[in-house]
Design a protein around this ligand. Structure first.
Ligand code: BDR
Ligand code: CA
Length: 313
């Protein structure tokens, strides 16, 4: 089967790094390019991180386009307390050999989606600012998008940045609302799904045992990522949220979910950024989202991820 063309919109982040590496390692996906956004870190840093990640994978020819430096209406909310000073801490990264492409991410999205002979799948791993701007600038691209798979939101699990809101949606709720209401097939990979997909305990040791540079980098990032999360949540291991989104695209048979109506709260005093899921069909509105809420075999997800990552470098 021909590889599925994808563009990855991202704000690396250790879990974004795993997601990008998994996508690059998967022959089922053809990564056309990466677009970056302010999220976990400021835009200059997420863009530099994206370059370092594609080069670590030996895929330096994959273009990286820098996008929005701030959410549509709100102030940026970098989280160095979660991801470290650089955002992909845990590995001694070589400086990127090449910079980002001159074209802005939003222009790149519009141009590529309109020009590509096939519809393209968007994998969205950060605040959804770039995608919302592209849809506002050129609404016709909605027809050119095969599906949007995004990591974000939480309904049954609540939030991880406020009681109601998950980070990617809280940072730019207006953007997420535009994306969810654009009439594009959407798969949401929320905390309901990622929390059901924790990495194996001490997975970093398993990764390090492979010995390659990519696997040692992954091991270092995993260790760093787990340290904060396990302390905060009192868990023995953490889910690699964004990598679970790529896993759900690659291996849908390992995940559960339901088609339903989802919207985003943008004005609530206590609930801004909440993804409101009509799980029991109260509204009668048409479905706009496949909302994933579980994983049938987390061990298998990470076994497959490990096998894919070990092919890189
Ligand atoms: C999401 O927030 C970011 O910190 C991670 O990279 C992920 O995309 C998880 O809530
Ligand atoms: Ca992310």
């Amino acid at each position: 089967m021909a590889a599925r063309p994808v563009i990855i919109d991202t704000d690396p982040g250790q879990d974004d790094a795993f997601a990008i590496l998994l996508a690059l390692a998967s022959p089922e996906l053809e990564v056309l390019g990466l677009t970056t956004v302010a999220g976990n870190m400021g835009l200059a840093q997420t863009t530099d991180n994206a370059r370092r990640i594609v080069e670590l994978a030996g895929r330096g020819a994959v273009p990286v386009h820098a996008g929005s430096a701030r959410p549509l209406l709100r102030a940026p909310r970098p989280v160095p307390e979660i991801h470290g000073k650089m955002g992909i801490d845990g590995w001694d990264w070589a400086p990127a050999e090449r910079g980002a492409e001159p074209m802005h991410a939003v222009d790149y999205l519009v141009t590529t989606l309109n020009a590509h002979p096939e519809k393209v799948t968007l994998i969205v791993l950060g605040p959804q600012t770039n995608i919302a701007l592209a849809l506002r600038r050129a609404p016709e691209i909605a027809e050119r998008i095969e599906r949007i798979v995004f990591m974000g939101g939480g309904f049954f699990e609540g939030g991880n940045m406020s009681p109601a809101a998950e980070y990617n949606i809280l940072v730019d709720p207006e953007a997420a609302r535009i994306v969810l209401n654009a009439g594009i097939p959407v798969t949401a990979v929320p905390l309901d799904c990622t929390h059901a997909t924790p990495a194996p305990v001490n997975w970093s040791a398993t990764l390090a045992a492979h010995g390659s540079e990519v696997m040692r980098a992954c091991a270092g990032m995993m260790e760093f990522f787990e340290r904060y999360g396990n302390a905060k949540y009192g868990t023995a291991s953490r889910p690699l949220h964004d990598a679970v989104a790529v896993a759900a695209l690659l291996w849908p048979e390992l995940f559960t979910g339901r088609q339903c109506t989802v919207d985003v709260e943008c004005a609530g005093e206590l609930t801004t950024g909440m993804t409101v899921v009509d799980w029991l069909r109260q509204t009668g509105k048409p479905d706009n989202c496949l909302w994933l809420n579980g994983c049938t075999d987390p061990g298998e997800v990470y076994r497959r991820m490990e096998a894919a990552l070990s092919r890189l470098g």
